[in-house]
Design a protein around this ligand. Structure first.
Ligand code: THU
Length: 136
């Protein structure tokens, strides 16, 4: 079912910017914030949470999506990702595959930075061929 409700990007951008403040990034010093608008109308935020093992690091986008799914918020309708690079950073492959799990390929992904630069993609442009399990 197509959802025609408009996305309030201003709210999502502010939420992603605020979430980024809580990034735990003592190793990379690269802070990321994400805000996902969910099917139930709620906004779920996340920040990257690093670990001294490096490999256990959680990306901001996956924190935002997992938090939403774990409280039953449904699928994602839009996501904004805040960094302070120019151009704004593109989500990693793990995060794109996670988006594919919880949203359609037409998910709008807005990449933003603190300066206000914005680049909007559909998930299908960033991850044209997500992994799919073979049909049983
Ligand atoms: N990071 C994210 O939060 N999202 C991404 O899509 C890519 C990378 C984080 C992980 C790590 O804490 C830091 O950025 C540098 O890789």
């Amino acid at each position: 079912m197509v959802d025609f409700r408009p996305v309030d990007w201003t709210v999502l951008i502010t939420a992603a910017r605020d979430a980024r403040e809580h990034a735990y990034a003592p190793y990379s010093h690269f802070r990321v914030g994400a805000a996902a608008l969910m099917e139930d109308g709620s906004i779920s935020t996340g920040a990257n949470v690093e670990n001294r093992t490096y490999g256990l690091t959680l990306c901001a986008e996956r924190v935002a999506l997992a938090t939403a799914v774990a409280r039953g918020a449904g699928r994602a309708r839009a996501i904004a990702v805040m960094t302070d690079t120019s151009p704004p950073a593109t989500p990693c492959g793990l995060c794109l595959q996670t988006m594919a799990e919880f949203a359609g390929q037409d998910l709008p992904v807005l990449l933003v930075n603190l300066e206000g630069e914005q680049i909007e993609h559909k998930l299908s442009e960033l991850l044209p061929h997500p992994f799919e399990l073979p049909k049983p």
